[in-house]
Write a protein that binds this ligand. Structure first.
Ligand code: NAD
Length: 461
């Protein structure tokens, strides 16, 4: 798509927004229901596309993408009326008689840019919030998951008019054209590096934005835990989507005394999950493309591979791999891994683990396996991360009740449930005053001394 076409679409959406049609509750709810129906009608198409792009099993494709979006849709449809209500707040005595309230106002024309790893979930979950909040929406899918992108294009173009919601397929060029437009909000999910480009572009128009980025999410394993269940939950969270999950545990940091046992149990669980040869498992996905395949293989260090390390480039297959005795100078620790490689580091006491985490950029997720309340408190109080999940992996983002987002290098802003609605709304403050009473005290020439002003403000403030 060329720049002129993109400019035209943005213009059409801005004009449509000004007709006010997107604002009524009846309109928003009807669009959410239409979207739900369209997804239901295209479920098979989506499942096939996700398999073609990433060899996602139907279970992972439904559980991690379609089912996730449907749950978000159902919840939003149920709650929208309540969320849209103006919120009455108190009015100080100083402004009596008067009333104050907050209106959740749509922002206008918003841009949502998505990545390839959960191509459907990460574009459509924010879309639900943007529609619920009464905006027009331009979606930009990732070029690296082309089948999913085509399926989403079909759903969007068959369901919505271009001036309301449209999906632009394309590469970096199209994204660059889009970022030159003056949007009312930008919601970006992707890498930290591209996040910086997006923020720079947004700054030119002072466009507010959400950045859902990535990074290295640590997983601390304290010796006071059920190691067997811990191993199973780590294997699930790490190798779901072959590790190509922004909140996957990037590396383990394990208390010395239990490291050998934990690695043994993790190996066993990998076999339980995917069999002796995971390449033959129908449940084990593939790496998205050759570039990422080569990047991941470059992290291997034969001396440190404790399990896996098997690859097949033609199949973009990398076996679930554990690397032991890893330190921060190793290649695998330089960047977010975003693949099925699990480095294991060790610590003595919890302070060491906390210090290691604090010496690196704030992660998107932090995992802790421990039965100790004290350890839990110390980790929560002394570290900062987008979210924390204690005694499990990934689960903290699969609820409508918790906001999902990063902090520092892992992003800014959040969404899911009401937080999506709030992200795509402007909280407009309204104060309405009575005009029949007008005490002259605040008007010049001022008669009140500062001393009396202080007294008065203390009383009525
Ligand atoms: P990416 O940053 O390469 O691409 C994301 C999107 O940005 C794509 O649509 C792409 O077309 C576009 N893009 C790429 N280069 C661009 C440029 N120069 N200018 C403008 N747009 C550009 O990310 P990715 O490889 O698709 O996804 C992987 C990254 O995303 C990982 O770092 C991962 O942690 C992160 N991620 C974060 C979340 C989250 O919710 N926080 C979720 C999934 C992935």
């Amino acid at each position: 798509m060329n720049q002129k076409d993109i400019q035209n679409i943005v213009k059409k959406q801005k004009d449509f927004f000004l007709t006010n049609q997107t604002k009524a509750y009846s309109f928003r709810i009807a669009q959410l229901k239409k979207l739900k129906l369209a997804i239901e009608n295209n479920e098979e198409l989506l499942l096939k596309a996700l398999y073609d792009d990433l060899k996602k099993s139907k279970f992972e494709a439904y559980g991690g993408e379609i089912g996730f979006v449907m749950a978000e849709l159902d919840y939003t449809i149920k709650k929208l009326k309540k969320w849209m209500k103006d919120k009455k707040v108190s009015t100080p005595i100083l402004h009596q008689p008067g009333t104050s309230y907050i209106i959740n106002e749509p922002l206008g024309c918003v841009l949502i840019i998505g990545p390839w790893n959960y191509p459907f979930q990460l574009l459509f979950a924010p879309l639900i919030g943007a529609i619920a909040a009464g905006n027009t929406v331009i979606l930009k899918s990732s070029e690296l998951a082309p089948k999913s992108s085509a399926a989403m294009y079909k759903i969007i173009s068959e369901t919505f008019k271009e001036e309301y919601v449209t999906l632009i397929e394309g590469e970096i060029q199209e994204a660059t054209y889009l970022l030159q437009e003056n949007f009312d909000y930008i919601f970006f999910t992707g890498s930290t590096n591209v996040g910086k480009i997006v923020m720079e572009a947004a700054a030119k128009n002072l466009t507010p934005l959400t950045l859902e980025l990535g990074g290295k999410s640590p997983c601390i394993v304290d010796k006071a835990t059920n190691l067997k269940v811990t191993a199973r939950r780590i294997v699930w969270g790490k190798f779901f989507n072959a590790g190509q999950t922004c909140i996957a545990p990037d590396y383990l940091i394990v208390q010395k005394d239990v490291k050998i046992d934990l690695i043994r149990l993790i190996k066993k669980e990998i076999e339980n999950f995917y069999g002796e040869n995971p390449q033959e498992s129908k449940d084990y996905p593939r790496i998205i493309n050759e570039r990422h395949f080569d990047r991941l293989v470059s992290y291997f260090d034969d001396k440190k591979i404790a399990m896996g390390g098997v690859i097949d480039k033609n199949d973009k297959y990398i076996a679930p791999t554990i690397m032991d005795n890893v330190n921060w100078d190793d290649n695998v620790m330089q960047d977010e891994i975003f693949g099925p490689i699990l480095p294991v580091l060790e610590y003595g006491n919890i302070k060491e683990a906390i210090d290691i985490i604090n010496a690196h950029p704030k992660p998107l997720a932090l995992y802790l396996f421990s039965n100790s309340k004290l350890v839990e408190e110390r980790v929560l109080e002394n570290t900062s991360s987008g979210g924390v999940c204690i005694n499990d992996t990934l689960s903290h983002i699969t609820t409508n009740y918790l906001p999902f987002g990063g902090v520092g290098n892992s992003g800014m802003g959040d969404y899911h449930g009401i937080y999506s609605f709030q992200t795509f709304s402007h909280r407009k403050s309204v104060m309405k005053k009575n005009i029949s009473i007008d005490p002259p005290i605040r008007y010049a020439p001022y008669k009140l001394s500062v001393k009396n002003l202080k007294k008065m403000l203390k009383f009525i403030g």
